[in-house]
Ligand binder design. Structure first.
Ligand code: NDP
Ligand code: 8X3
Length: 251
């Protein structure tokens, strides 16, 4: 069965993708930093779907860790068909002038360099086989800027640019590249963004129905299962209550 490699699979979109693809018979490589969560997810996927699951915990910001982990994949797990570059985060939501430099570096290292490292070390096998699909999780923040979104928006604009650039360079090798741009979705995203402030995180999703992680996994699965000659290059998915980064209809 085809192999799907999911970064950031311990929570949110990545975890929902793992469930969706495992339920459909795919073999799954799970990556994130929190190994205990990955172990629990692996046990669940094996029990619920008899899925074949391989754990590859590493930090996407650590180039050496990424390279070693991917190079040491067992032979029967090296042939990755679909790479879902999903690991990412926002850190802080501050006016530019008040921004924390460590937060900025974390976003750029995770959202931008993480995709570069993981893709760089996996794409060679895809090129050899002249087949593969790279799905990058960007954001509506990769299309629009909003106040206090500065560096997060910049990092997601970089993801959207990279998806375009990868598509141009990899088309000659028959590799599909899809860019996914979700709007507001309730996951652990805001909890992480507000450095563990549960109250602030909860407020982001109050008064309207946000997207769920499963909504995003459905769309990613749809993109990944189109016929060989069809590539969905860009998918923007918003809650019905959201029209753009700044406009949300609240009850
Ligand atoms: P979550 O916080 O629920 O999940 C983020 C995942 O990324 C976790 O599994 C986390 O695992 C992983 N991750 C973070 N840093 C690293 C790292 N350095 N190395 C490996 N894994 C890492 O958030 P979402 O599911 O919402 O976010 C997934 C993606 O979707 C992100 O790229 C985010 O920017 C994007 N997005 C989210 C939206 C939303 O509203 N929720 C909207 C648009 C885009 P661990 O901590 O265990 O390493
Ligand atoms: C996450 C959605 O609106 O917080 O990418 O930027 S938003």
């Amino acid at each position: 069965m085809a192999i799907v490699f999911i970064t950031g699979a311990s929570s949110g979109f990545g975890k929902a993708c793992a469930q969706k693809f495992a339920a459909s018979g795919y073999s799954i490589i799970l990556n994130a930093r929190r190994t205990e969560r990955l172990l629990a997810l692996k046990a669940d996927l094996e029990k619920s779907y008899k899925a074949s699951v391989y754990l590859l915990p590493f930090d996407v910001t650590n180039k050496n860790e990424v390279e070693t982990a991917i190079k040491n994949l067992p032979d029967n797990w090296k042939r990755v068909d679909i790479l879902i570059n999903n690991a990412g985060l926002a850190a802080g939501r501050d006016f530019f002038q008040d921004g924390d430099i460590q937060d900025w570096e974390k976003m750029i290292d995770t959202n931008v360099k993480g995709i570069l490292y993981v893709t760089k070390f996996l794409v060679g096998e895809m090129i050899k086989r002249k087949s593969g699909h790279i799905i990058n999780v960007s954001s509506l923040a990769g299309q629009e800027i909003y106040p206090q979104g500065n560096v997060y928006c910049a990092s997601k604009h970089a993801v959207t640019a990279l998806s375009k650039g990868m598509r141009m360079d990899l088309v000659q090798h028959n590799i599909k590249v899809t860019n996914i741009s979700p709007g507001l979705a309730e996951t652990e995203f805001s909890f992480v963004r507000f450095h563990g402030d549960e109250e602030k995180a909860k407020q982001v999703y109050e008064g309207y129905t946000p997207l769920s992680a499963e909504d995003i996994a459905d769309v990613i699965y749809f993109a990944a299962t189109r016929p060989a000659h069809v590539n969905l290059e860009e998918i923007t998915i918003l809650p019905t209550a959201q029209s753009d980064s700044r406009t949300i209809r609240k009850e």
